[in-house]
Design a protein. Structure first.
Length: 183
């Protein structure tokens, strides 16, 4: 399996996801503030083996096939402590997803992680467009997309862990992303 590289920002280290991350994910992920706006396919209540099952049955096989790229998010000042995850997926209208544990939300970490992961998408993987779905009610996620230069291109009804909401698709093209990098 060709793992994605470790990515770094001024405050973060993004390590490729591995099986040994299951326990940390199991501790940080299953909180209502994290899962409520995620796709309805996320089991809730989250099972005791949810992280291990997700890694073994979905994330790691998709990485091995070169269809998905997953990283853990860690602070440079505390690299042994997983605080969230971010992923890229080679799917129609669903190219990036993320979550961050509540104590680290609202500090700009996810925008920083998205910046470096978006660069991987456009520069390394040479993709022409990134599309990101989200619940319209997820204001924090919407702000990350807006700050990243994305534009909302469509709305429909979507099923999320916390119910049925308007689902939005946000987009940025490679050309738009490159233009932002030159400013």
């Amino acid at each position: 399996m060709q793992l994605p590289p470790t990515l770094e920002t001024s405050r973060l280290v993004l390590e490729p996801l591995c099986l040994s991350d299951a326990n940390a994910i199991q501790q940080r992920f299953p909180h209502w503030e994290v899962v409520r706006y995620l796709n309805v396919f996320v089991p809730w209540p989250y099972p005791d083996n949810g992280a291990l099952t997700y890694l073994q049955d979905h994330a790691l096989p998709a990485m091995a096939l070169g269809k998905e790229w997953h990283w853990t998010i860690r602070l440079r000042t505390d690299p042994d402590n997983l605080i969230g995850c971010i992923s890229l997926m080679d799917k129609d209208n669903d190219n990036r997803g993320f979550w961050l544990s509540p104590p680290w939300q609202g500090q700009g970490f996810m925008g920083e992680a998205c910046e470096v992961v978006d660069g991987y998408w456009f520069q390394t993987l040479k993709r022409e467009c990134m599309r990101v779905p989200k619940a319209a009610t997820n204001e924090a996620s919407r702000r990350v997309s807006q700050r990243g230069g994305m534009t909302m291109i469509s709305c429909s009804e979507g099923e999320f862990v916390s119910g049925t909401f308007t689902s939005e698709i946000w987009e940025i093209t490679r050309e738009q992303w490159l233009a932002q990098q030159n400013h």
